[in-house]
Design a protein around this ligand. Structure first.
Ligand SMILES: *Cc1c(COP(=O)(O)O)cnc(C)c1O
Length: 419
């Protein structure tokens, strides 16, 4: 079938073998047969003439529509996506041993995670390609995001989740009206089942590991970082890594902002994985093909044993002069407290894993103390209360009496005075 090509998109290109592929509903490179490696190419000369138009638009991620693979006459979801705030957090920087640290809070997106950037493009592509039903497999956030964006767009959604998906995320799916299929198995098994179901039932597959248009949505965080910082672009951009689409997208967005002249250099990317789920990091350092690994970590959103976008992620990290680091669950819980208490942002475990990795990278001398960094907080902490509880202390439970209160606070040295 022929589809109308968005105005500024020229074609797709395989990042592995270089094959040029015509724009369309494709997932796999026809030459090398690899999934998730087709990259959307744009007419950047035409886009550069639009720089001032871009700068003048409303502050959400559609301001970059020349750099998104959507047709100019496609209706956009009405929910506010992107242009998430950037905070300068000196007290957190100091504890990490860094001269300058910023948090970009992507938990502020409509369904409270970074995934809304991709899902919002996904629902448009589904409609452009003539689908009325959309499906995805997800560790949680891509699912709740797709459910929310589908609800806003009036599409049906079928969501495949692995058993470990936290209850708040499941509840979010159900409230948005998605049909939720909880697969007794891992994320990988849910992923394969979803792919097969899409083929069988003719649904649109939102899986960002293989769908070339979804990564483009994730790119807008990189575009925003470029525009929000401009000449003050930090030395490092830090983000947690599961499938690898988020970091690939951010890397591509930053490269494009350099190309368009918004920034004069691209930050080095620091990709952070959990020690219990680090196949992409192992592939990065070994220089060999990725080997599937166990995926045991409290950070469910990055518990991915078979990342789909590892090649693209490694290419972007390498191109930026960046590196990867792994953190333990305890380090993630520590980062959860620090980010909330010193940065004012409550992130879920995968949301703050970047901060944990940055802390470790500074301690290890990988990131120099005089460097500046922006860490993207990819998901809100209320997404996973059970994990958050592991990071915090107890409440002080008392009867409503000022004497009892005074006694307890003195006992715990929270106020001055004798007991
Ligand atoms: C999906 C997700 C990530 C990682 O993105 P990948 O594309 O899988 O690497 C990180 N944090 C949160 C909160 C996520 O939902």
């Amino acid at each position: 079938m022929e589809f109308q090509r968005p105005e500024f998109v020229t074609h797709l290109r395989c990042l592995l073998c270089g094959t040029t592929v015509e724009y369309g509903n494709v997932f796999t490179c026809p030459t090398c047969g690899v999934d998730g490696i087709l990259d959307v190419q744009y007419n950047y000369d035409a886009v550069s003439n639009r720089r001032s138009a871009i700068s003048g638009r409303p502050l959400n991620h559609w301001r970059y529509r020349e750099l998104l693979p959507v047709s100019s006459d496609s209706p956009l979801p009405f929910l506010h996506i992107g242009w998430t705030p950037v905070y300068d957090v000196p007290r957190l920087a100091e504890v990490l041993g860094l001269s300058k640290l910023f948090l970009k809070d992507d938990g502020r997106n409509p369904t409270n995670s970074f995934k809304d950037r991709a899902s919002s493009v996904g629902v448009i592509k589904a409609q452009e390609f003539g689908f009325t039903t959309i499906a995805c497999a997800s560790t949680g956030n891509a699912a709740s995001s797709l459910a929310g964006l589908s609800a806003a767009a009036g599409l049906r959604s079928f969501i495949f989740v692995p058993q470990r998906a936290p209850e708040p995320k499941i509840t979010q799916l159900l409230i948005f009206g998605a049909t939720v299929i909880r697969v007794q198995g891992t994320y990988e098994q849910a992923f394969d089942l979803c792919r097969d179901a899409c083929e069988l039932f003719g649904w649109y597959n939102r899986n960002s590991g293989t769908n070339p248009y979804l990564v483009e949505g994730k790119k807008t965080a990189g575009l925003e970082i470029g525009e929000q910082f401009g000449a003050a672009i930090p030395d490092w951009a830090v983000v947690s890594v599961g499938d690898g689409c988020t970091i690939s997208g951010i890397g591509k967005g930053l490269q494009e902002m350099k190309r368009l002249g918004f920034i004069n250099r691209v930050p080095r990317l620091l990709g952070v994985q959990a020690e219990g789920s680090r196949p992409l990091l192992d592939a990065f350092f070994s220089g060999k093909d990725l080997l599937p690994s166990p995926s045991n970590t409290i950070a469910d959103s990055i518990a991915v044993g078979t990342p789909r976008n590892w090649r693209r992620a490694i290419q972007q990290i390498t191109m930026s002069g960046g590196t990867m680091i792994a953190v333990s669950d305890d380090e993630i819980l520590d980062a959860m407290r620090l980010t909330a208490r010193l940065g004012g942002v409550f992130g879920e475990p995968a949301g703050v894993a970047g901060v944990a990795g940055l802390k470790k990278a500074v301690a290890a001398g990988i990131v120099k103390p005089d460097a500046s960094a922006v860490a993207v907080i990819t998901g809100n902490g209320l997404k996973d209360i059970a994990s958050a509880k592991k990071a915090v202390g107890q409440t002080i439970d008392i009867e409503p009496s000022i004497e009892v209160l005074a006694k307890r606070l003195r006992e715990q040295h929270l106020v001055k005075g004798s007991i």
